[in-house]
Design a binder for this molecule. Structure first.
Ligand code: SF4
Length: 243
């Protein structure tokens, strides 16, 4: 495991290197709260960002207020482009993510990925709470990823779930209220559910998707280029959003 002292050294070193151009990005799950705590103790007032997709559970806003009070900060909410959301909802409905993997990825692109990319464009580095043991797709998370732009810093990359719980207990940190309801990973309200004992930590995210349904399919453009289905959908809704 990485001790809290090692993770705090990573935080302090990044803050020295990037100064005010370093930000924290969090959805206020346990790991994110640990990062906020380390960063605010090292450099009070460091910018904390969260993505308000428009589909977050009420409990997340309670958590945001609790963090704002605790550290006397204002958490900056990143919002999707209203015209892009309107175009997507008009074309595919508000709950399009139930229709298939491409539609789900489209919704995540419009509500999360694109707004975040716009906001991070002038940021030097961002702290995130990813851990390698959370899922197979996170097994290679680096503590400092300089191939990412902006630089991505994950001080808890080699922490276990137990390490996180111990830090929270030792520092008396607040926990997102949905953990008490059986959630182990928390995101948008319609795409997150509680998990059963023994299930993977991220089993409650997009639980209706199977590996087969994630085959998003390829499409061919008139000039013979291959496009993913989600790219086609995104292009269509962006065209309508700019009309
Ligand atoms: S998690 Fe669900 S509601 Fe949230 S942006 Fe992705 S598909 Fe849309």
């Amino acid at each position: 495991m990485s001790s809290p002292a090692t993770a705090i050294r990573v935080v302090e070193s990044a803050l020295r290197e990037f100064g005010a151009s370093a930000v924290v990005l969090t959805s206020f799950q346990r790991e994110g709260v640990v990062i906020v705590d380390m960063v605010q103790k090292a450099a009070p007032g460091t910018t904390v960002l969260t993505i308000d997709t428009g589909r977050l559970p009420k409990a997340t806003f309670e958590m945001i207020r609790s963090i704002e009070d605790r550290y006397s900060i204002h958490v900056e909410r990143i919002h999707p482009d209203p015209a892009e959301v309107a175009s997507m909802v008009e074309s595919h409905g508000r709950d399009l993510f139930r229709d298939g993997y491409p539609q789900r990825v489209l919704c995540c692109q419009v509500r999360k990925v694109r707004p975040l990319a716009r906001r991070l464009a002038d940021v030097g580095a961002f702290f995130a709470g990813l851990r390698r043991s959370q899922s197979d797709s996170r097994a290679d998370v680096e503590i400092v990823d300089r191939s990412s732009s902006p630089v991505k810093i994950c001080p808890l990359a080699d922490w276990s779930h137990r390490d996180v719980l111990d830090y929270i207990a030792a520092n008396g940190l607040p926990e997102h209220p949905l953990y008490a309801a059986g959630y182990t990973s928390i995101g948008c309200d319609p795409c997150t559910r509680a998990v059963a004992a023994g299930e993977d930590e991220r089993a409650g995210r997009w639980w209706w998707e199977t590996d087969e349904s994630k085959e998003c399919g390829l499409h061919f453009t008139p000039d013979g280029r291959v496009e993913r289905h989600v790219d086609v959908l995104l292009r269509e809704i962006l065209e309508r959003a700019t009309v």
